[in-house]
Unconditional design. Sequence first.
Length: 202
Amino acid sequence: MRLSGVTVHSARHLSALDLRRSEDALPITALHRTLLDLAETLSFGRFEAIVEAADRRELLDMAAIAACMERNPGRRGLKPMTLLLGDYLPVESAEEGIERAFQRFLAEEGFPAAQTNVLVAGQKVDCFWPEHRFVVELDSRDFHSRWKDAERDRARDGTMVRARLQHLRVTNRRMTRERGELVADLAAVLPRIRPGRAPTSA
């Protein structure tokens, strides 16, 4: 039976892991699978708005999304999904990974090493250069940090402002995709030796 205004889509492969039951016991696709399907039919802007709305409601499960993507190779929706969510998909030891990556970034670009995981103005911060009164906070691949933790982050930023400290937030995306801009931001505060060389002792 055809319904007016309804477009029917059929799937050649639909894993049981991508199915759920509605409150009325109707079989429906799980959110992670629905997002993959929508990524193929919606504009990127509309798709992004739906993902962000789901995240505000704390409905996103990044591990489930990643597994769904692996189960469905070759789908056209993988490209927009990866473009939007690639920086937030789960990786092992995300926090340790970004900390190591940032220390390597500093050395490669010729910036001085920072004190790490220290108390500053009553807050534990990721990186601190006391002589420059400069704080860097490292935001790992956590999609929820864009919404769920926004108020907490603003409160921490306010603490830094009241303490008259300069501060900057750094993500893996900035280190990889916006490297030049990040270098310029850091160079506005920190001294820089020639990139790729470590400072020598006198």
